[in-house]
Every structure is written in C-alpha cells, then in structure tokens.
Design a protein around this ligand. Sequence first.
Ligand code: ADP
Length: 328
Amino acid sequence: MSTSIKKIGVLTSGGDAPGMNAALRAVVRTAAYHNVGCVGIYQGYQGLIDNKVKVMNARSVNNIINKGGTILKSARCLEFRTKEGRKIAFENLQKQGIEALVIIGGDGSFTGALIFQSEFNIPVIGIPGTIDNDIFGTSHTIGFDTALNTVIDAIDKIRDTAISHNRLFFVEVMGRDAGHIALNTGIGAGAEEVLIPEEDMGLDRLLESLKRSEKSGKSSSIVVVAEGDKTGKNVFEIAEYVEKNLPYYDVRVSVLGHMQRGGSPSCFDRVLASRMGVYAVEALLDGQSNMMVGMQGGEMILSPLEKAIKGKSEINKDLIRVSDILTI
Ligand code: ADP
C-alpha cells in the first residue's frame, strides 16, 4: 500500500439501506487486516460535528453482516451544509487522528464528502448505499437487491388477495426519481403494467392496456407505480381515474413505503457490500481520493465521485421491452 495513512473513519449517511452493516464490517476488517486504525462515526456527518465516534476493531463488527439498517445510525445533517459546521467536523477529525474517510451513502452524502475534501484536503472514498439504485458508476447499489426481494414478496401476497376478489391493485414502490425498483419488480412479480418516471406512457395507454387485459379474460391485475412517476397524478389519483373510466374494475391501492428499506440483506447485497468495503479501504491506502467504488460487469471499479453525483443511472431499455412483451 502506497500511503502512510494510520487511521481511517467510516460513516453511514443519508437514507439507510440493507447491507450498510455488511459494508461497515468489511471496511473495519480490511483496515484491521492492513494494520490501519478504524473509527466508526455515528449518525453520518452529525457524528463528525458532535464528535460521536467509536474506535472499532475486527471484533466490533461481529454478528452484523445479517442485520438490516445501520448500527452506526444515519442522519440528515443540516450543519454539515455550512462551512462553520464542516470546520468543526474537521477539527474533530484532527483530534481523533483520522486521516481519511469512507462514506457509505447516496449522492447527497457524496456531495458533502467532495466539498469537505476540497476544503480540508482529506481523502474520501464513497460506497453507494441506497435501495433506489439511482447512482451513476455502478450497476448495483447496496440495498437494491434486498429491496427488490422485499417488494416481490409483498406483491406476491397482494396478488393472492387480488385474485380472490377479482381486484385491480395499484402498488406504489420507492425509487425517488428512478424506476429501477418498479421496473424490476414489475417484471419479477408479473405485473400488468409498470409506471416509471423514465417513460411517460400516459394514462390513456394504461386504460387501453387494462381494457385489453379485461377482454382477454384477466379478472385481476397488478400495476406497479414508481413513487416518482411522471403522469402528474399520485397513485391514489391514478387509481381513481382508472376506476372512473373502467368501472368494471374493483380498484385498490397499496403503498409499500418504508418496509422496502428494512430487513436482513440478501446474499447478493452482503457479497456486494463486502467487496465494496474491501475495495474502498484498499483504494484509500493506495492513495486514491474523490472516487466511488462501483460494480460493472461483475468487477469492482472506481469512478470519480463527481460523476457519481452528476451522472444519471440509465434505466435498462431491454427491461422495458421485456415487460411490454410479457404483459400481453
Ligand atoms: P443521500 O446521501 O441518501 O443522497 P442526503 O441527500 O440527505 O442523502 O445527504 C446526506 C447528508 O449529506 C446531508 O444530510 C448532509 O449532511 C450532507 N450533504 C448533502 N448535500 C450536501 C451539500 N451540498 N453540502 C454539504 N453537505 C451535504
């Protein structure tokens, strides 16, 4: 390893995601493996400002690989958005002897990290942790796969009751401005239609599609709606519109909400988080900074944090095609 870094800090910030603990475990143990000190910082950037930290060793992260959420806790920290706040954070880092940071979070957390680095010249590496999968520079973010499985499980259960009562269910899933969760779970759960922000299919097309499926003998259906859908209506308004125009459907709405963020991480997320944690610490020790760890084609890569923040994670067009074909 090419640097003289003796101690690193690690924090989880922004929206929590299953697998953050597995990433933390990997960061702490990789530091220990390379004989580098490691300090866990509580509640994201708030813990830096309040100096809420804990020295961690390989045994501090026993039995957390399977746990959802984040044992370091997360927070939205307004003070870190101010120069004064960041100065306090830097002074606390110096007091602790922390020479570099691993930030596990989303694009907001990465923005804060870049600003902090530019002001105080402290090396930072980001690990993408968010269920939304909306970060450029990685095919998968930590938590996405677990959230998909949680949603699939919920929709399967909704389908049971939809079939029993011949109902049409609109299921709203998370994703902020991205339709990755909606599109993948729409295909995986066999939804009739998927409404995503990246593709404005319009409500008329939705009505046509639902009319067609009723004529072809389907008596119950599931429509997955991404929370950031662009039809200009929320899921309740969409359901009302459909009910008004297609009165033969008995319509219900289910908003899955925060359950999508919880739960024990899937094996995929545990492995991804473990690889990313190892790679992030080794990148720091190799003298890298301002980079995010990502996965492309199954391999670990580094890309500039700036790109991760500004770039757009594109929706897979082939998934849209597959979804369209299979809802015949
Ligand atoms: P996420 O990382 O999931 O996108 P947020 O957007 O809430 O979540 O960002 C997490 C935290 O990162 C914020 O609470 C704040 O402390 C810090 N942060 C975000 N944007 C900035 C910014 N422009 N300047 C400084 N800190 C920021």
